[in-house]
Design a protein around this ligand. Sequence first.
Ligand code: ADP
Length: 589
Amino acid sequence: MQPESQVTESASGSDNQPGKDRLTRLRQEMVFLNTMGKRFVAALDRFQVHRALLATLQELYSFSACSILMRGPASYELSIIPRYPLSPPFLQEMFEKIARAASVIGFSHIDSEDLAIAAYLDAPDDLTPLDAAPHAPPTTIGDFLNIPLTVDNRIIGILSLFDEREQAFDTNLLQLTTMIADYAAVALENVRLRERETALWRAAEMERLRLERIISSMAEGMLITDQQGIVTSLNRSAQQLFSQVQISLEERSPSLSLRKLSNNGEIGWLSELADLIDYALDGHTVLNQELNAGVSGDSIPLTLSVSAAPLNEAGPVPTHPVGVVAVLNDITSSKQIEKLKDEFVSVVSHELRTPLTAIKGYTQHLMRRLERRLREKRQTTPADPQQKEPPESYDLRSLQIVQSQSEQLERLVNDLLDLSRAQWGEMNLQYSSFYLADALSERVQLAQVSAEEHAITLDIQVQDSRIIADKLRVGQVIGNILDNAIRFSPQGRQVKVELKEQNSDYLVSITDQGIGVSPEYIDHIFERFYRVRNTASRQYSGIGLGLFVARAIIEAHGGHIWVESNEGLGSTFSFTLPRAPHTTLLELS
Ligand code: ADP
């Protein structure tokens, strides 16, 4: 395209010449704009924008170099696009002029030295034929032009043109140059947005890959389901866990329905897993739920600890879960160690029982002998208040201490023996028919003997308390709870035992007015070896097995046991027992 001034100068001649010239000029402008637009639209990166800019400007002017200064997110970026090699003094002068222009439009903290460091020389050698270049590189700037690059009335940079000749830039072309600068600004802004988007996408992709690697190298199995509970992805450890129980997920993934698989009856525990996942899909979190996933008959079957949590869509408003993430932990080996430990405790307890029986038996024998001897002495010797206590009575008191201590030791050994039975569900109940009211009354009387400070009351609110259960074991539970009620209410006071009916079951409640249990401990006191460790309970001895065994006994009967308590005011331990066991395979004695 010809510069505007030349077009205006040639606008004279025949009558219809002006109209014709205007048309030619308009067509030339249209072609120019169209070509320029296409160039900028096709530019995919900043270098292609530079090329498009250079190609367009070259059609208007002859110049030595152009530059683009852009404000980046943290600093400035300067691209120098020379049309032929430039000398250092020429470049230095360019930096100074750009720095000055930058401070005029309000780009702060830029000096020519910074620009010299930041400058990127993008020299497109294909644009200027060598013969068009000056023989020697120019050393001074004759004329220059600075045009702000604006997008949406926001200055994003400066376009500058430099030439060694004076008055090289025709001011008539300023409007057109500004238009070119606007095109270039939009193209550069688009490139910048695309670059930022690509960088964000790449960072997100890197993060995704990192997470994928972490999940796949996790020792725990992990699976993710959709909102129908269908497994959509799972890691390598989960695949291995499933393969241990003959589920090949290669065949069935990626859309494996645990529920469907469990309905086929192939693997029983899958329905339990599907239940946990359904529970999590309802918005609940499941923590460390044990699942017995092994083949029955194994001494220690594959045992999994499962945690599952609902997956919600990110956003401010809570949504219905769109899936579940579940973590499966193989705890078989710790179960194995636990079993070994329990077996060891069980063997040692058994071994302790034999000498204990002998100690108890001989102590009783000696006590009886001493009692007889004392009786005989009292009968043969007349009573004399001055006389000293006979040595037999001192011996008898010593033996009473030995006996009570060995009874305590026996209780401990029995608890330890029960521990492994309870742990492995081997309570072996001996069912018989008896009156629950009688069992309660026996235990109350026994407890009252050693609790002089306490008033133990028994309130039977049922007509007929006949039950089929293990009398010894039920008695053990009542004894344990009563023993605790007395031990943990040092101030004495009342202990109330009640028997009622609840639906078709019996309900036994034992209420004390002792130290109580604070809410943070209450969920744990039925766990094995659990003892509340606060100042109030520290003074009481025990190993934390009584309630664990009590729960195992009650649950083996098909009942429930629980506690309600107010710290400092007392506790009520309650349990239910069905009138008869649900199973028909009874061992009635
Ligand atoms: P142990 O009494 O041998 O420690 P238990 O299993 O019988 O073991 O009880 C566990 C814990 O529960 C006790 O250590 C005690 O902290 C708490 N506990 C049990 N019964 C009561 C009670 N009636 N009042 C207050 N705390 C109790």
